[in-house]
Design a protein around this ligand. Structure first.
Ligand code: CA
Length: 492
């Protein structure tokens, strides 16, 4: 008899928000292959990251621990691969293990991938076109489009595997991360349609902390020429913010693909145009990932291993898709905090199931160890999702999650903050300190609090922290936040 432990195919993209997946009710695109995982498995409505930024989320997924435990709190921290990770534990238990695509935890020193029989990853962010990759320590150049290359590498590795032993394959896409460069075959997708605008597109940040007001991630004001693939005016670079004059007379922007200047009658028209430029490229990148998911699912079918393979589709965090007028992530707000999380495993997971309990990227490692029949180490801070995936609702399942973003003011001027999300409320504390960490800006900001009643205000437009009617809630949640912070062993 062969080894009957399940295979694990973990597909993760970068910055793919769940509201750009049709299974999650997207109003702006269709993702038929991702939807297949949901239709044949389980969709998690409330899966949240502990720190909404790329490398930290990846370190949490590998280790099952919070950022301050695994050491990757910011983009400036190096991952120490000598620590315990779930791929290492699976490898030791006889799994064949591989990672292809985005690693983003550093190469060299103790940061290169460990626990993998095969690894072939982008050196850092990676390029969308003709990327170089580091294959087991050696640089290799590839021709073509990153999403397709990563998919090809995943399929090649699967095809050469030992069919007598289970596998763990991490297929990590670069897309749809900034600068949102689509495959040539999708360059004209959505050309003839207007993508709907999010409900909070024209958010004016009234009744919010100054953090939201000051954040530099507005589509209208903080996008650069490279983001929108525009001809660069003299004296500017691809990274320069597009400066928007008060008076639009004579102002134009020139898309590189047409070379034809665009003129605008109003600021509203300009802002809408910029959103369309941004979101269409983002969605074109997503279209390639969806195709990749389809190719991988088809391979499992052709091999006859779909029944015994756990397939996951997720992203390292969420993203603002024009919500609150923004792009990017970082904030503890819903669009950024929520991760897509779709899981198919026909042996245990009922088809078309939806889970509303709170899951977290802390839970991924314990879940995989559980399915592989291994003990879950005590120092992992998440819990196996396996009972939830079987459709159970454990009485002691968590009803609140702890979050912390450490990169004070770096890149997009978002102050560091921590907070708690319960089923109904979200309490956020912007403590305003860099704490001497790498990739922060050492300029203290005034401490501020936000409380949102997600039942009355799911879009998080009204901070009710100072509303006397919520005084009891504030008191209770503040205590609960401190309890969770201590439980997470966060002493800073
Ligand atoms: Ca990311």
């Amino acid at each position: 008899m062969g080894d009957s432990r399940p295979n694990i195919l973990f597909i993760m993209s970068d910055d793919h928000a769940s509201h750009a997946i049709s299974a999650y009710g997207s109003r702006i695109n269709q993702t038929p292959n991702m939807d297949r995982i949901a239709a044949e498995g389980m969709l998690f409505e409330n899966c949240f990251c502990t720190n909404s930024i790329c490398s930290p989320s990846r370190a949490t997924i590998l280790t099952g621990t919070h950022s301050h435990i695994n050491g990757v709190r910011t983009l400036g921290d190096k991952f120490d691969g000598r620590q315990q990770t779930f791929p290492k534990l699976l490898q030791q238990a006889g799994y064949q293990t591989a990672i292809v695509g985005k690693w983003h935890l550093g190469i060299g020193g103790h940061s290169s991938p460990t626990g993998f029989d095969y690894w072939n990853v982008f050196p850092s962010q990676g390029l969308y076109y003709d990327p170089n990759m580091i294959c087991m320590g050696e640089e290799v150049r590839y021709q073509g489009y990153a999403t397709e290359i990563v998919t090809d590498l995943a399929l090649e590795w699967l095809d050469q595997r030992d069919r007598e032993r289970p596998f763990l394959l991490l297929c990590h896409h670069k897309a749809p991360h900034r600068p949102w460069e689509p495959a040539e075959k999708h360059a004209d997708l959505y050309n003839d349609v207007e993508i709907p605008y999010p409900a909070t597109f024209n958010d004016d940040y009234q009744n919010r902390s100054s953090a939201a007001v000051q954040a530099e991630m507005r589509i209208f004001g903080h996008m650069n020429y490279g983001d929108l693939k525009l001809e660069i005016p003299p004296g500017k670079t691809a990274m320069s913010f597009i400066e928007i004059p008060q008076d639009l007379a004579g102002f134009s922007l020139t898309p590189v693909e047409t070379g034809i200047p665009q003129y605008f009658a109003s600021h509203e028209e300009l802002k809408n145009w910029m959103y369309q430029r941004y979101i269409k490229d983002y969605l074109r990148c997503v279209a390639s990932i969806d195709e990749s998911v389809g190719r991988l699912l088809d391979y499992l079918d052709a091999e006859g291993i779909a029944e015994n393979t756990i397939v996951i589709y997720t992203s390292d965090q969420g993203f603002f898709l024009g919500d609150h007028g923004w792009y990017d992530k970082r904030f503890m707000y819903e669009e950024s905090l929520r991760m897509p999380f779709l899981v198919r495993y026909p042996r245990e997971i009922p088809a078309g199931a939806v889970c509303t309990l709170m899951a977290s990227n802390l839970d991924f490692a314990p879940t995989f160890l559980d399915y592989a029949g291994l003990d879950i180490p005590q120092d992992m801070q998440g819990r196996s999702l396996r009972p939830l995936l079987r459709g159970e609702k454990p009485a002691d399942w968590r009803t609140a999650l702890y979050y912390r973003y450490w990169m004070h003011l770096a890149d997009h001027n978002v102050p560091a903050h921590y907070g708690i999300r319960t089923e109904r409320y979200k309490l956020i504390y912007y403590y305003g300190q860099a704490l001497g960490l790498a990739a922060t800006i050492d300029r203290p900001t005034e401490p501020e609090w936000e409380l949102f009643d997600l039942e009355a205000d799911p879009a998080e437009l009204r901070n009710v922290y100072h509303d006397r009617r919520y005084a009891a809630v504030v008191k209770e949640l503040t205590a609960e936040l401190e309890r969770l912070k201590a439980e997470a062993l966060d002493r800073e």
